[in-house]
Design a protein around this ligand. Structure first.
Ligand code: 475
Length: 791
């Protein structure tokens, strides 16, 4: 390996060892690893073709992958070999591995889920492609300027992405705009604008390197590189206009999480990658099989939310306009290929496009949507409309064009049936199914938590990594003193490592024996970071009032980005930073209370924080968090959860046991009832002197003396429009936190509760989730060996 690295450094990067930077060493090592992936990857593709296997196509606007190097090393079982080789070359292995920039091609949960699914598909040996966009700029980088969020562009591609293979020969022309002509019955779309989608392939090889799938990301290029005539005239701007326009489509990830963004560019991005993917899979099918009517036997297309919902009309368009099928047959055939996952009930996240915009950008698709609508109404009179109030409703379109629709946790699926799609569910009672989300244990335990991983492997051997339910055997150790001590020791070493990192990056010293209480996720009102902060201020007050009490020392850790246009979320960030500044400077609570908010939360930061957490904050307003997946990562790594009965929290609590979970707050149905009570938030505030005091302090500028009015908007909102019931759940949350304080004081008992969490989380592996999709939605089987291994 050492020689391979030197060879790559020299012949692929053109450097000699004396002149190589950390980045050069990292790339050379990565290229050596990539070489080792290629055989299994190509072999897998060949086997899928020879066996005419059904392939899964996972269409997603987002893949939040993070770094790949450690995944690749450990999936290939080369941990020791890679370290030895790098050290023999006199280089610092950890520094080299940590040099890789995060691939942040996603906003949050939906994008990270797609990445976990790619890992599980490969580990289970299910032939699959992930299809998405190769954004030049991923999610913006966050910094804090005087406590306020500032955004700057992310530039992951400024160093080349070593894992990918450019496929200049894989090209599809994608049209926009224009008109439709008719010749007899046959329609032809004449777009007035074209771009070329070029594929870039990243191999995704599963655990122990037995199977490899492809993540194919599309980049937009101009049809003609530039306009020579303008160039020769000396008009260089005009010469490159078409190139600039084309490249805009794959330039940047929309930074909005759970809000629909009614922008033409967004619609073009959605159509661009969906059309390229559908054309790509159709070409593959026609080459391999040749019978278009056999498509559903060979193709399962999963739509990750409605962002690729145009796949339905696009598939119908190709079947009718290019392959000559009748409309009714095309719709039925397309439906047999398609399935749709819903990730959120928030009304602001449900995509709707003005018909006028659609007519301008995708005129033929709008006609086809009208036909789909007519067919649906003819068969099911009174069915909810796809075209409504001048909008194209993408949720209804996705539902009608899918043979299965799934929610992402038991509670969420139930609410999908009762709310957004109640009427469609009545008409199609077997279409909606549940697939509770999961997380890959490779990254979220084996990779990120070596201390705990080694302890588990000592006990169980290493087969748990692809069969996570084996962790249940650890339950027998809950009263085993020496095992519990080792378990505590693993957690403590992670907390020490995190403390060192926080002290370097934030300049705040932490006590590793304090309770590490962590809330990391996008900043959103419904996730209620604000409630966590109000509780922190209340705790600070009480510590100052009663300094002699035996307080449990706490470190409150926040992490997360706010969408740049989400004003309230940005105000919450500012408030957290303001409170942190005052509290951390207070000698009265020194050593007992600390607040840290490291900037630029991303996958890599999650990998540091989660293994070091004692308490996991999962405190969304019940009925709002579709599932959550961070909640699973924390529990798996031995944190206790403080949480509401929301999303997958419900199922996590069922698995780990109610005695090992700090439950508080209103239930989803109580939330709905409470909202109907006039003046509910003022009543809740009046009933809570503790909350009144905190709100008063913030309102008076106690934490922003330089700008005392800064947080008036936020506090005023709680009095009059507390849509997410922060005020109603506050007391119950506060009391539950104090109960957690008491439990934490008995560290042995806490550790055994934490162990019960780790030991009970096997079901939340994304391997289980993917097996559920394969069985209930895709009818796609893994080759025998992979299934047996995971059984
Ligand atoms: C849920 N993102 C989590 C997770 O299922 C759930 C929406 C519009 C545009 C861009 N991104 C989005 C989401 O809706 C999203 O991330 N949803 C999340 O999906 C995976 O665990 O509860 O909020």
């Amino acid at each position: 390996m050492k020689n391979d690295i030197l060879k790559r450094l020299r012949y692929s990067l053109g450097k000699d060892a004396g002149a190589a930077s950390v980045q050069d060493w990292r790339m050379a090592l990565s290229l050596v690893l990539r070489d080792q992936l290629v055989d299994v990857w190509l072999d897998s593709a060949r086997r899928a073709e020879v066996n005419a296997s059904k392939r899964v196509y996972y269409l997603s606007m987002e893949f939040l992958i993070g770094r790949l190097i450690e995944d690749m090393i450990s999936n290939l079982g080369l941990d020791a070999a890679a370290r030895d080789a790098v050290e023999a070359l006199g280089q610092d292995y950890d520094m080299i591995v940590h040099d890789e920039p995060d691939a942040a091609l996603g906003n949050g949960g939906l994008g990270r889920l797609a990445a976990c699914f790619m890992d599980s598909l490969a580990t289970l040996g299910i032939p699959a492609f992930g299809y998405g966009i190769r954004y030049e700029h991923g999610l913006f980088e966050q910094s804090f300027v005087d406590g306020a969020q500032a955004e700057s562009p992310e530039t992951w591609l400024s160093q080349r992405h070593v894992w990918e293979f450019e496929r200049p020969e894989v090209q599809h022309r994608i049209g926009f705009g224009g008109h439709v002509s008719r010749d007899g019955g046959r329609a032809t779309w004449h777009p007035d604008n074209m771009v070329v989608a070029t594929g870039y392939d990243t191999p995704v090889v599963g655990w122990q390197g037995e199977w490899g799938n492809t993540l194919r990301l599309w980049s937009a290029k101009p049809v003609n590189p530039f306009d020579l005539e303008s160039f020769n005239r000396g008009d260089y701007l005009a010469a490159s206009r078409s190139e600039a326009l084309a490249r805009t489509i794959s330039r940047v990830l929309y930074p909005d999480d759970t809000t629909e963004n009614g922008k033409e560019l967004r619609l073009k991005q959605e159509y661009f990658f969906t059309a390229a993917s559908i054309m790509d899979l159709m070409c593959r099918h026609m080459e391999e099989d040749g019978d278009i009517r056999a498509l559903p036997e060979h193709v399962a297309i999963q739509l990750n939310d409605t962002h690729p919902a145009i796949a339905g009309p696009e598939l119908v368009r190709l079947l009718v306009d290019d392959h000559g099928l009748a409309m009714a047959e095309a719709i039925t055939l397309a439906r047999r290929c398609l399935a749709y996952t819903n990730h959120t009930l928030l009304p602001e996240a449900l995509e709707r496009w003005p018909e006028g915009l659609f007519a301008r950008v995708l005129p033929r698709h709008l006609e086809i949507i009208r036909e789909i609508e007519a067919a649906q109404q003819a068969e099911f009179p009174g069915s909810p409309h796809i075209l409504e109030h001048g909008d194209v409703c993408m949720g209804e379109l996705a539902f009608v064009m899918a043979h299965k629709v799934n929610g992402v946790s038991a509670l969420h699926t139930d609410l999908v049936k009762k709310t957004v799609f109640a009427e469609l569910h009545r008409i199609h009672p077997t279409r909606i199914v549940n697939q509770t989300n999961g997380i890959t244990p490779r990254r979220w335990l084996h990779g990120c938590n070596p201390a705990l991983r080694d302890l588990i492997t000592q006990q169980l051997g290493d087969t748990w990594v692809s069969d996570l339910e084996q962790l249940a055997a650890l339950k027998a150790k809950r009263s085993d003193t020496s095992f519990i001590q080792a378990f505590q020791q693993a957690k403590r070493s992670n907390k020490v490592a995190l403390s060192n990192w926080i002290s370097e990056t934030c300049g705040v010293a932490l006590d590793p024996d304090a309770m590490f209480d962590v809330q990391i996720k996008r900043i959103h009102e419904y996730k209620r970071q604000l409630m966590n902060l109000l509780e922190t201020v209340a705790l600070w007050n009480e510590m100052r009032d009663d300094p002699d009490r035996d307080w449990t020392p706490r470190v409150k850790i926040f992490g997360g980005k706010a969408a740049p246009g989400y004003v309230l979320a940005k105000q919450i960030i500012h408030l957290i930073n303001d409170v942190a500044r005052v509290v951390n400077a207070d000698p009265a609570t020194k050593g007992r209370l600390r607040i840290v908010f490291p900037p630029n939360y991303n996958v890599t930061m999650a990998e540091r924080l989660i293994p070091a957490a004692d308490l996991s904050e999962q405190i969304s307003t019940a009925g709002k968090e579709a599932s959550g997946t961070g909640n699973m990562k924390f529990a798996l790594n031995g944190a206790l959860t403080i949480g509401t009965l929301d999303g997958a929290n419900v199922e996590i609590r069922d698995h780990v046991g109610s005695e090992n979970f700090f439950l508080f707050g209103l239930t989803a149905s109580e939330v709905v009832d409470r909202r109907h009570q006039h003046g509910f938030s003022r009543a809740a505030i009046e009933a809570s002197p503790r909350l009144q005091r905190v709100l008063g302090q913030i309102f008076e500028g106690r934490f922003s003396p330089e700008d005392p009015h800064r947080h008036h908007g936020l506090i005023g909102m709680l009095y009059d429009h507390d849509h997410f019931l922060v005020t109603c759940d506050f007391d119950s949350y506060y009391d539950t936190q104090r109960r957690a304080d008491v439990v934490f004081q008995n560290s042995r008992n806490w550790a055994s509760m934490a162990l019960m969490n780790t030991a009970s989380m096997g079901w939340f592996s994304s391997d289980r989730t993917i097996q559920g999709y394969a069985r209930d939605i895709w009818q796609a089987d893994a080759p025998r060996s992979a299934l047996e291994r995971s059984a």
